[in-house]
Design a protein around this ligand. Sequence first.
Ligand SMILES: *Cc1c(COP(=O)(O)O)cnc(C)c1O
Length: 437
Amino acid sequence: MKFVSTRNPLVRVTFQEALFRGLAPDGGLYIPSEGLELQTHFQALDRQSSFHEIAALVTAYLLKGELDAGAVHRIVRNAFTFEPKLVQVDEQLSILELFHGPSCAFKDFGASFLAAAMEEYLQSSDQRAVILTATSGDTGSAVATAFHGKKNIDVVILYPSGRVSPLQEKQLTTLGGNITALEVDGSFDDCQRMVKAAFLDPDLSKRYPLTSANSISLGRLIPQSFYYIWAFAQLKDQLKEEFFFSVPSGNFGNLTAGLNAWKWGLPVTGFVAATNANDVVPQYLETGIFSPRPSQLTYSNAMDVGNPSNFERMEALFQKNWNLMRSLVFGDRVTDAETLETIRDVKAQHNMFLCPHTAVGYKAARRFLATEAGDHGHICVLSTAHPAKFLEIVERATGQTPELPPPLVAASVKEKVSFKIGNTLADLSQILRQVIH
Ligand SMILES: *Cc1c(COP(=O)(O)O)cnc(C)c1O
């Protein structure tokens, strides 16, 4: 399998190249160059099929000719020290919990696979890499925990001082070892600008084997397909007619991964693209016009994206055919007031806490079940973060406090270690000299 740019099918690379480059040289995003035909494999899965088995199956097909079976198993084993969990709420709806990883959010699946795959390639060729990344909170903690202790890799994370939550800051700054946290005197935009400038600086690129781990990386997209397939295997016996997923979406990586699974033969009837007020994709599905705009702040802040990068991958998947996309993807937007109400209602009715992102997916799923398209189906809602990561909103909605999961308790009691720096490229270069050897 080769991987191509969304902007030019002639830009063809191996998985390894796509992994270390991140973005294609023409500014496009990498996608698989051809389909996989895995229907018969998917039909053979059942409740006993393990997450590892599914991850190894798909990875082996995607990387056939590039990695042998031993390497595929090492990557899968090293990446997934945690699993998704399926909670059946009633006959029509279940929740796929994706927050049992080290940072308690679904981004752990992507980051862990990326880290394990990079380590495999670097160790086998005796090379090193320096991951440089900026974070406004959640992405950084998934990347930091995923790369912690990985051989041949140093990680440098920039975050805006005083602008991430105290718990997020602990998750970034308490790991030590190969993870360095830089506390930047500035905004998230400053952090991003510094990282971009570093990648463009010839002197720094010569000195360090710089690479990125950002959310559009193919190495983070691929593993997100695995849990759609696993959820299908878990539910398969009881599925009657139609089967849907509801995906709380921001940058649309998660939904794109589900679409890939469908393309490879997963028998899913459709997807609900659930957004908050940042609804450019639901609007596109309604009108056929994609018009990005500045993002708006909401309670589900990891989904506050006004120009979702993965829309380019979605378009490529449907060959820019609006009607085709609309036949499989159903858009819905959920307000902040509905988000709060949903968190309160689900706690009262089912004694479950939802994070605000999951609540958006849940609300859209319930609404979809009430439409003609959805009324004889089962829908699986992707739960993207542990509710305790968004304590303030969950408390406001329910009047109760969800318990912190063990990884967050562990981080919260450790000592913060960070380097305070200014917001220029010179500040970054200087600190890199100190911390990378
Ligand atoms: C990143 C994130 C999302 C949005 O996922 P995309 O792949 O960007 O659509 C949803 N919920 C949480 C908790 C997130 O961190």
